[in-house]
Each structure stands twice: as structure tokens, then as C-alpha cells.
Write a protein that binds this ligand. Structure first.
Ligand SMILES: [Zn+2]
Length: 112
């Protein structure tokens, strides 16, 4: 696991910038794409894909609109600290064993 990643899958984040409809939303991170510095957040950046009617293995699949979450930039969200429940700037701290933990810069509590 890359310890430099401030936001991980399963974290709750708040959308601080981006589309008007998404701003202020708090939701869980469902996927992190570290190579592109993007992530996918539950219910944020909803996109629609029109699926045409097709034949799949002899089965008729009717046309439909599929909604899915598009990735957004990591810089558009802030991690919500589980201790103070505010959008937090994240720091890192090593414990006695040399293991890095994420720390909330608001309240100073460990996040991990
Ligand atoms: Zn905090």
C-alpha cells in the first residue's frame, strides 16, 4: 500500500469543488485510481450511458440508460475526519514501529 495516498477506498470524503450538484456531498470512496490521481465516490459525478438494444447470446437486451459514477480528481475532495467529522487536511506520523499513520491536522487525532 502506498503510504503517500491520503485518501483510500472506504474513506468518507466531502466534495469541496467541482460540479455544483456535487459540492458539499459526503460519501464513501468506492475506488481509487492512484496513477491518474482520481477517485470514484458513491453518488458523485453521476454520468449516464445510453445502452442500445442488443442480442447477447440469443437473449434480447432492451435499450436502457445506465447511470454510473465517473472519476473525479483527488484534489476536488477532502477526507472527512472520523474523529472531528470535519473535512481535514491530512498529515502523516510514524509510530514506534515505524508504521505511518494518517493524522487529522484539525484535531490531531489518528485517522487510521
Ligand atoms: Zn479531526
Amino acid at each position: 500500500m502506498n503510504i503517500k495516498l491520503k485518501i483510500r477506498k472506504g474513506d468518507t470524503v466531502e466534495v469541496v469543488t467541482g460540479k455544483e450538484v456535487d459540492k458539499g456531498k459526503r460519501a464513501e470512496v468506492i475506488r481509487v485510481l492512484p496513477k491518474t490521481n482520481r477517485l470514484v465516490v458513491q453518488g458523485v459525478n453521476i454520468r449516464k450511458r445510453h445502452q442500445r438494444a442488443t442480442q447477447q447470446g440469443g437473449r434480447q437486451v432492451s435499450a436502457s440508460i445506465v447511470e454510473f459514477e465517473g472519476p473525479l480528481s483527488i484534489s476536488n475532495v477532502m477526507l472527512v475526519c472520523p474523529a472531528c467529522s470535519k473535512p481535514a487536511r491530512v498529515g502523516f506520523k510514524r509510530d514506534d514501529k515505524g508504521v505511518a499513520h494518517r493524522v487529522c491536522k484539525n484535531c490531531g487525532k489518528d485517522i487510521d
